[in-house]
Design a binder for this molecule. Structure first.
Ligand code: ZN
Length: 217
């Protein structure tokens, strides 16, 4: 036996046609929205630490940034190691942000412009400009960070751009333009979080842990 589908009470129908409320409905609606506001108060983003307590647990130092990334509608991924944590943020258009916190050092903030025709480059920015980039993809004041990567391989800024290169190579292999190229896997550079490489060698270590020895500038 099926239960009848509950019909919306008059008030909710009235809310649906918001512009034509009679005075009683308007009063009832105001009461309901007031109650709702009380139940779900608008949450303010936790303030960014003004002076970053460099000896706090690394995860706690990145928490306010994670909340900002998520509130801006980006996907946030936090990886926490013992003395180092990395927070990645991804936007659907290919833009990305990355923050690293190490015990005893300030939080470093990097942004990657949306993917265009050219391969974008990571830029180091001030933490205070992160919000602007998350909302408007605008970059104010930056420098290109020095990479710790000493590999002789081509660097890709993100996993997605490295994977796109693999797809390209695979297509070319299939059409036999480059018969000897056989890269199949992407990995994050052990010496630079902002560099990804591609390889034909099967996986031999985990990329999941942030590298303790990484030089993060
Ligand atoms: Zn490398």
């Amino acid at each position: 036996m099926t239960t009848p589908i509950p019909r919306p009470p008059g008030l909710w129908r009235a809310i649906a046609r918001d512009s034509r409320l009679n005075p009683e409905e308007a009063a009832a609606r105001a009461a309901v929205t007031a109650t709702q506001a009380e139940l779900e108060p608008p949450t303010a983003a936790p303030p960014l630490p003004e002076d970053d307590p460099i000896n706090w647990p690394v995860e706690r130092r990145l928490a306010p940034y994670q909340s900002r990334i998520e509130r801006a509608g980006w996907k946030a991924v936090l990886v926490v190691g013992e003395d180092r944590a990395r927070l990645d943020g991804f936007h659907a258009d290919g833009a990305a942000v990355m923050l690293t916190a190490m015990r005893g050092r300030k939080v470093y903030v990097y942004v990657l412009p949306p993917t265009g025709r050219k391969t974008p480059r990571w830029r180091a920015v001030n933490a205070s400009t992160l919000e602007d980039f998350l909302r408007r993809r605008k970059i104010r004041g930056f420098h290109y960070p020095v990479s710790g990567c000493t590999c002789t391989k081509r660097r890709y800024p993100t996993e997605a751009t490295a994977k796109a290169a693999i797809v390209d190579i695979t297509i070319r292999r299939v059409v036999k333009e480059h018969g000897i190229q056989s890269e199949r896997r992407v990995y994050r550079c052990p010496d630079d979080d902002r560099a990804w490489h591609i390889t034909h060698i099967p996986k031999w270590y985990s990329d999941d842990e942030p590298k303790q020895k990484t030089r993060t500038r």
